[in-house]
Design a protein around this ligand. Sequence first.
Ligand code: NAP
Length: 492
Amino acid sequence: MTRTCVPVSGKDIASARRMANSAISSGADLVEIRADLIPGADADSIKKSFSDILGVSIITLRSRAEGGKSELAGADRERWNRSALSLGAAFIDLELETDVAVIRSLGDKKGCSIVSKHLVDGWNPGLLSKTLSECCRLGGVGKVAAKVADVSDGVRLLGSRGGSGSTRFSLMGMGPGAELTRALASSIGAELVFCALDEDSIVAPGQLTLDSQKRVQPRNSTVVGLIGHPLGHTLSPGMHNAAFKELGMPGIYLPFDVPKDSMVGEFMRGAGKLGVRGFNITIPYKETAFAAVDQLDDEARRAKAVNTVLVQNDGSLKGFNTDIFGFSEALRTADYDPRNKRALIIGAGGASRAAVIALWKMGAKIEISNRSPERAEELVRSMRVFLKTLPLEALDNEKPYSLIVNATPVGMRGFESSPIVPERLIAGADAVMDMVYNPIETPLLSAAKPHGVKTIHGLDMLLHQGAKAFEIWTGAKAPVEVMRKELMGAIV
Ligand code: NAP
């Protein structure tokens, strides 16, 4: 099993030791004494302060060239490392290019060395694989950390590890989106993974906290996440991580900010090969994901939009649309039955497609109005449904609908909130549903309330689409009430 290592430092050796105690009592397998970040740390002071835990310690004097703070060089650095080596710690970290002499003379101490390289100036697959091989050949454990530009780059990094020639390695990304490279450490068979004691001690972008890292320590952990761009603040990680925790199931849900449409398919396949179990898909990629998967369940095929992907055991991708279930459950929870009722959907994007299928299955008479009428027409054409479409301006002349659904971002916190449905129609409806879930009470729902109209908020849809996705990935029954509580707490 991959061992978790928490780097420890402080204003002096005593505070570094206190941090080490916290890490060990919180379940870290190893602590990394970052001597370059502890004023005055040398073999004597380390021996004095850490003697009883040297067996679970890594001693590291990271040089400036490799992203650390140590200025020691040449013979001084060599002397420092040799005396650290004599302390009998679990490991000493030696830099591939800085510590050549010490590495060459390791002899029977090779087993307790980590030979490392930080690729801070970029990398390519050839360089990565060659560097990791070299580190593994020369040290007990070979360690490479490399800068990644985004989550897709992280997948490329892990995918380039082939041929390192050792089972004892540590390979991690640093940078935006690098959390995935850490979450997959045990899945790729890494010996060590470095993580932060808590949120406040995250120093390298992409580090997970010890608590999160431990949740994916078993090799068969469920790693899933949300693909979108830009992701901003999302409620889904909190909801799913609460579910993993409640069920005591090893797993993590991460944000995957994939910057370009053209990268989505490649990212899903690459991440799936490395052990990621599935994805949620959000704006603007629901239609891209539809085209990128190998198989579709019936509802996703009808909607021509995918919000959930399962990586199947043979690596192929199966697309689902759990927004449809989420939407239906939200109506059911509100005790609103649309059978034979006129329903108006505003919007013609991925969310609108889910509402069309859900309402069609529930027997409603659906009409769609969209800012760009041609997109509504395209929805009707591509989904092969016979529905009336009308421009937003035409709503002024329409008879009341029983149900009005907002499937646009209008009313979302930080987005414009000008009314898109005439007040007369709101007042005449039996129910109004807003897919926007933050705030819970949107301007549309506030406008409906004084007229005694039933209001259905988007949070229930978010909850139920999430619960269904969780069940698809894990095969376990989702703890819906725990997930609801988490969502409510995150919004209020
Ligand atoms: P999308 O594919 O990007 O479609 C957005 C739709 O909103 C388009 O029809 C667009 O019209 C319309 N629109 C955007 N800005 C508008 C404006 N200022 N005025 C009028 N119409 C506007 O997005 P989506 O995936 O369908 O998502 C739509 C909303 O539903 C988002 O707020 C999303 O968060 C929410 N949603 C919630 C849940 C949930 O579980 N509660 C699930 C899915 C989606 P044009 O065609 O003219 O651009």
